[in-house]
Design a protein around this ligand. Structure first.
Ligand SMILES: *[C@@H]1O[C@H](CO)[C@@H](O)[C@H](O)[C@H]1NC(C)=O
Ligand SMILES: *[C@@H]1O[C@H](CO)[C@@H](O)[C@H](O)[C@H]1NC(C)=O
Ligand SMILES: *[C@@H]1O[C@H](CO)[C@@H](O)[C@H](O)[C@H]1NC(C)=O
Ligand SMILES: *[C@@H]1O[C@H](CO)[C@@H](O)[C@H](O)[C@H]1NC(C)=O
Ligand SMILES: *[C@@H]1O[C@H](CO)[C@@H](O)[C@H](O)[C@H]1NC(C)=O
Length: 173
């Protein structure tokens, strides 16, 4: 399987179109033909902490995408501002990457990466990994590390990003 993946990656590098686990709508094929689509990602050093109430305080990990060559730190803490309709999306240091971590609903760590940043319409790829946590009590609550030092994930969903809200009363065309 791994060998196949590598083989496909090499073929894709040569042909500039990488096999991805989602379908790119036909009307986007021209726009995306010149860029590297997000196909897979690696999450390293996933750590969370919770307070005495069991409330999630911090989330921290390293993200990397071997194809688009994005490596960034993703962090959620008391100063982070979530976005999205459910106010559960947190940005990484690289603005093309964002994440949701939750233990209910779609439980686990969902990563999103903008596909062909700057393209219009702007799409994003997303995928889920589920860290197995190893938790230790500390005076302020608990701290948990993923048992897996690194987690490999596949982007398997491809969706348009809703246009950013503009100045009130202005429609984005
Ligand atoms: C793709 O790149 C080529 C060469 O850089 C350029 O001529 C072409 O217009 C680009 N196509 C799109 C859809 O951006
Ligand atoms: C993960 O943590 C280890 C030990 O703290 C560190 O050596 C390594 O560089 C970290 N990995 C990444 C991708 O930051
Ligand atoms: C527990 O939750 C309450 C209300 O949500 C909060 O005011 C309090 O600071 C929390 N306690 C700890 C130890 O974080
Ligand atoms: C909180 O997270 C932000 C990134 O979202 C980071 O810039 C900041 O240094 C973090 N603060 C602390 C106290 O770790
Ligand atoms: C859990 O963490 C403890 C302390 O950091 C470590 O000794 C133990 O090996 C870890 N267990 C697993 C399954 O990773």
């Amino acid at each position: 399987m791994y060998v196949l993946t590598v083989l496909f990656s090499l073929m894709a590098a040569a042909s500039a179109s990488k096999p991805v686990r989602y379908t790119v709508p036909n009307y986007l094929k021209a726009v995306t033909s010149n860029c590297t689509l997000p196909a897979e990602f690696v999450v390293t050093n996933f750590t969370i902490s919770t307070n005495k109430n069991g409330t999630l305080d911090t989330v921290c990990f390293q993200f990397s995408d071997p194809d688009t060559e994005i490596r960034t730190t993703c962090q959620r803490n008391s100063t982070s501002t979530p976005s999205g309709p459910s106010k559960n999306i947190y940005g990484c240091d690289n603005a093309n990457i964002a994440f949701i971590y939750q233990t209910t609903g779609i439980a686990g760590l969902t990563l999103t990466e903008k596909a062909c940043p700057g393209a219009s319409p702007q799409f994003e790829a997303s995928g889920l990994v589920t860290p197995e946590l190893n938790c230790t009590d500390i005076p302020t609550g608990t701290i948990c590390n993923a048992e897996q030092r690194s987690l490999q994930g596949d982007f398997d969903s491809f969706q348009p990003i809703p246009p950013a809200r503009r100045v009130r009363g202005t429609w984005r065309g």
